[in-house]
Write a protein that binds this ligand. Structure first.
Ligand code: TYD
Length: 209
């Protein structure tokens, strides 16, 4: 794993936890402070030109074998890092990415049962940069599931049901306890503004000299 010149921020959580809403607020704040050029907002899977094809394979068709699913997420990430994230970081920009390595561990290991050690070996092999700060929005799976089902047709990942999300949440919990310096856990039961303020505060602390 490599060190960044810019700032690499990621947002994580189970489906329906409110990541995109928080990413939008965070990006808005960063843009008004540092200007549009200084900030790069992206997401996984599919955050690069061509990436929508892998995203569609994963989310619309779905993979039957857990390893083909894992390898597609990793292939997507290799391209996303090479084409988008690494250039943004090396030119000193602030990257805000919805979902990243912690999603792979939580979903493919805790959710799909692949060894987390093996997945982390692959991360090292792929030289994925480690985020500077990760915000995990911890919403109870029951609530998240309810939100996602109300949103309309669930994608293949979301179809897996509430017990799958319970396992994924356990994964995020484990990861945030293992790495509390990097992963900030936020109570997803709080209202949007409260969560946004906490994210802003933590980013502020990180950015201050
Ligand atoms: P997405 O639709 O982008 O997020 P949300 O539904 O939370 O707005 O999520 C894509 C799905 O892919 C989501 O269910 C999580 C899953 N995923 C993995 O299983 N592994 C990964 O490495 C990534 C990046 C996502």
């Amino acid at each position: 794993m490599t060190k960044n010149n810019g700032v690499f921020l990621t947002l994580e959580g189970i489906d329906g936890c409110g990541k995109t809403t928080q990413a939008r607020i965070l990006v808005g704040n960063l843009v008004s402070r540092f200007g549009k050029e200084a900030v790069f907002w992206t997401k996984e899977p599919g955050g690069w030109p061509g990436g929508e094809k892998i995203r569609e394979l994963l989310l619309e068709h779905g993979m039957q074998h857990p390893l083909s699913e894992l390898f597609l997420f990793l292939a997507d990430r290799c391209e996303h890092i090479r084409r988008e994230v690494a250039p943004a970081l090396s030119s000193g920009r602030i990257v805000v990415c919805e979902r990243y390595i912690d999603s792979t561990l939580a979903y493919q290991s805790w959710g799909r049962g692949i060894s987390s050690e093996k997945i982390e070996d692959l991360f090292r092999w792929c030289c994925f940069p480690v985020p500077d700060l990760t915000f995990w929005i911890d919403l109870p799976p029951g609530k998240a599931y309810h939100r996602v089902s109300r949103r309309g047709s669930p994608d293949r990942m979301e179809e897996k049901g509430q017990s799958f999300l319970e396992n994924v949440r356990e994964g995020f919990l484990f990861l945030s306890r293992r790495d509390p310096e990097r992963i900030v856990s936020l109570d997803g039961n709080n209202d949007i503004k409260t969560i946004a303020r906490e994210i802003e505060r933590r980013v502020e602390v990180f950015l201050s000299p």
